[in-house]
Design a protein around this ligand. Structure first.
Ligand SMILES: *Cc1c(COP(=O)(O)O)cnc(C)c1O
Length: 398
């Protein structure tokens, strides 16, 4: 969780600057705010870092995904291809928008594969909601070929991939719209927060209005603004934006340390027989938040996880049985339990969610172990940790 590892005086000062003016709201109040515009600065910083033409800060990664879907024109009855391995917010955002999820295979990139997308494509498919999992990009060349050939809309949930690039292009900029999360567990945190990005001015304007009750944000009298679309309150507060901004400024250094520590551990584990690593289509663009490795099979992965527990090694995740990251545990979703009826209840689900066949995803996620890299480790601590992991895994593999 690098975000929370580096919390210092900059974040505190940023929050205090906002508190000192008393303007906690991101719009208007020019006199009160004394030139302090944290949300705007955060947006500029995200544009600068990612190279995005436009960025809009919102209240969470989840509302950023909702905003990205809305601004891409995805809504009622639209069939959208999604991965079975993600954070559940991806699927929730689509369902609440009135969309209909179609699950496709992920592969050893831990993201949707071009093959997986092709397998479930039908004439009704409108879009792909691609998730760049665990800090690195999907196989974008292959995926973009499918997107372009079939004239699909691409929306990117880069909730856990800020800092990841594919051939020097930031994740979130391959499709029409993209989303990042700044929640407590991400590479940069604002406490709660998210960012919408796009290169398309029209989509940006839609997002900017959608995330604030449709306001057009023209002029300095909020009460007299026009409302080009219906929207809702997905605004970020200046307090959260102040924290997010300082975290953005730390990001290049966090990535450097992540990659250094990850390499130390990966080099140590690489000498083990029967271990393999996540396939990264562009390893240069990794943000280094996770070291993802595969055991030969599901059973060995489970045994390694219990050996880690016995040996007191924390920080590894087994997503296969995690309640919120893999489809096997999403019973409420498969049963379509919701507080009130959704579009999918009226229109019907495009797949039988209780009997999905995703053998590749089952196999890949079943043998996957994910280590969350700590950027704050010294080189010695990373080496020590890697050696402990290696000894623990050897006990199982011998
Ligand atoms: C964290 C995450 C989200 C949701 O972000 P929040 O800020 O927690 O709402 C969405 N998608 C992915 C892939 C995530 O990892």
């Amino acid at each position: 969780m690098p975000g929370t590892e580096f919390f210092g005086k900059e974040e505190k000062e940023g929050v205090n600057e906002v508190l000192n003016t008393g303007c906690l709201f991101r719009y208007n109040h020019e006199e009160l705010r004394q030139g302090i515009w944290k949300a705007r600065e955060l947006e500029s910083e995200v544009c600068r870092f990612t190279g995005a033409g436009y960025a809009h800060a919102v209240s969470s990664g989840s509302t950023a995904v909702s905003t990205a879907l809305a601004a891409a024109g995805i809504g009622h009855g639209d069939e959208v291809i999604v991965p079975p391995f993600t954070y559940i917010a991806t699927i929730e955002a689509l369902l609440l928008a009135g969309g209909l999820p179609v699950f496709a295979e992920v592969d050893e990139t831990l993201c949707l594969s071009a093959e997986g997308i092709k397998e479930v494509l039908t004439s009704k498919t409108k879009a792909v909601l691609l998730v760049h999992m665990c800090g690195a990009a999907a196989d974008m060349d292959a995926i973009m070929r499918v997107i372009e050939y079939h004239n699909l809309i691409l929306v990117e949930d880069a909730g856990q991939a800020l800092g990841a690039f594919y051939k020097n292009k930031s994740v979130g900029l391959f499709g029409k719209t993209g989303a990042f999360s700044f929640d407590f567990f991400k590479i940069t945190t604002a406490g709660e927060g998210g960012l919408f990005i796009t290169d398309d001015e029209q989509r940006y304007k839609l997002a900017d209005s959608f995330a604030d009750h449709g306001h057009d944000h023209i002029g300095s009298n909020r009460g007299m603004e026009n409302h080009p679309v219906i929207g809702f309150n997905y605004r970020i507060s200046e307090l959260h934006a102040a924290v997010g901004l300082e975290q953005m400024r730390r990001l290049p250094e966090v990535i450097r340390l992540n990659l250094r520590n990850k390499k130390i551990i990966k080099d140590l584990l690489s000498t083990l027989p029967d271990i393999s690593f996540r396939h990264m289509p562009d390893p240069q663009g990794d943000s280094g938040t996770f070291l993802n490795f595969f055991m030969p099979d599901n059973e060995t992965a489970v045994n390694v996880m219990s050996q880690f527990a016995k040996d007191g090694i924390g920080g590894c995740n087994y997503w296969y049985t995690n309640m919120y990251h893999f489809i096997n545990q999403w019973d409420h979703l498969k049963d379509l339990k919701s507080a009130a009826p959704l579009a999918i209840h009226h229109l019907g689900a495009p797949q039988d969610y209780h009997n999905l066949e995703l053998p590749i995803s089952q196999k890949v996620i079943g043998k996957l172990i994910s280590l969350g890299i700590r950027a704050s480790w010294t080189e010695e601590e990373a080496t020590d940790f890697g050696e402990k992991m290696k000894r623990s895994i050897s006990k199982v593999l011998h």
